[in-house]
Ligand binder design. Sequence first.
Ligand SMILES: [Zn+2]
Length: 433
Amino acid sequence: MKNLLRIGFGGILLAGTTFMASPQQATGFTTIGGSLNLGQRDFRVYNNFNGSNANNNTTIHSNWPQYTGAELSQWKAGAEWNSRAHGDGSGDTSQGTVGSGGANFSFFWNGNASGIGGGNDNIISSIGGSSGGVLAYTETPINDGWRIRFYGDAWNWQDGPGSVTFGIDMQGVGCHELGHALGLGHTTANGATMTAFISGTGQGQRSIQQDDINGVQYIYGVMASSMPSIDSITGSLVPGGTVTITGSGFSTSTNRIWLQSDIVDGTNAGGDHVTITNVPSTNNGTQLSFVLPSSGWQGGALHVKSDVGSAGSLLSESHPFDGQGGGGGGGSNDTINLTVSNSNPTTGSTITFSWDSAPPLMPYTMVWAFTDNSPFFNTYGGIVGTGTTSSLGTGSFSRRVPGGAAGRTAYMEIQVDQNGTIFDSNTITINVQ
Ligand SMILES: [Zn+2]
C-alpha cells in the first residue's frame, strides 16, 4: 500500500492517497488500520540521496551523535514521534523539543542500511525518476514493517538542519511519511504534520501538532506513567567499558538495553537491535550499570526496556549514545567525526579536512569515491591522504582541489586502523564547482 505525499505548483497540494481512511472524529486524524509491533520499531536510511543539498550538513550535534546529512534529518524526523524528548530534545532550532508523541511508542534509530530493503524492512531511501507531483511515498504493510521512498531526482531535497528556505525539507517530509508508517492517514486539521497539504518547503511538518499527537496516542495508547525514562548515560563508552544509565521506571532485575547493531545491510537483519538482557537496577529503579559487548554494536541511540514482553509501554524513549563500537574489523561504525572546510569548492582552491573522536596515535587513511558506497573499505576510488591521528584522536590536513574534479561529486571518509580493527567516519560529500 502506498500513501502518496504530493506537492503541486504554487503551494502545495497533497492528494491522492490510495488507502481507505477511517475517520475517528468529525475532523482530525485518520488511521489506515493496524500498528507497528514492538519488533518493528527500527528505522534506517539507505543514503542514496545524491542531490547537492541532501547531504551538505556535515555538523554533528551532541544530542544526535555520529550522524549527519540525510541520516540525521530522518533520525530527527522519526524521533519527533517518540514518547518523550530525545535526550534533552535539542538540535532543531525550528522546534523547541524533538520528541513530542506522548504515546506508548518510540522509533528505534538503527543507522545506515546498504540497500532499499523489502517492503517491510523499515528503510528510507531515494528512488529515481518522478511521478507527477509526488514527493515521497510510504509502503505500509503496517504491523510487520514498511518502506519509504523519496523521489530523489525530482526535487531539491534539503537536509537542514536549520531553516529550509528553498527546495523541500527532508526532515519535514520524513516526519509525515513516518506518520504513515506508524499507522496514520491524512488529517483535515490545519497545521498538522499529517495534513494533506504542506506549506512552503515543508519545514513546518517537522513538528507534530496536537492532532498528530491525538492520532499516535489513539493507535498506541497514552504514554504509561510506568514507562522507563533515561536522564543520562555516563561511563566508558567503548567495548568492554562499564556504562551507567540514570533515569526512572527501571525494573528490579529484568531490564534490557537496546543498542544499534553494526550490521549494515539492505535486508532485515541490520534493523535488529543488539540486546543486553537481565540488567538489574539499583537506587530504587533509577540506575542501571552494564558492560558493553566487545563487538556487534555502534553508537547513535540507546533505549531501555524494563521487562520482557511486547507492550510498547516497556520501552523507554530514545537517548543519545555516543558509544565507540568496536566493530571487529571492517565495521562501518561511523564513529569518527569528519568535517570539511568547504563542501562546494572550486577547482584549484584548498580545502581542509578535520576530524575528532578517532582512536589516538593510530594510522589513518582518507579515501574517496564517486558513489556513496560507504563504508568504502574495499571499494574506494582513491586515497586523499594518510598519516597518524593525534594523541587526542584528532587531526586535519589540507588538499588542493584538482582540475579534473570539476563538476563532479565525490564522497569521502576517513578510516583509522586500531590494531586490526577499522574505525570509520561519517561520509562527507564534496560538490566540486
Ligand atoms: Zn501522506
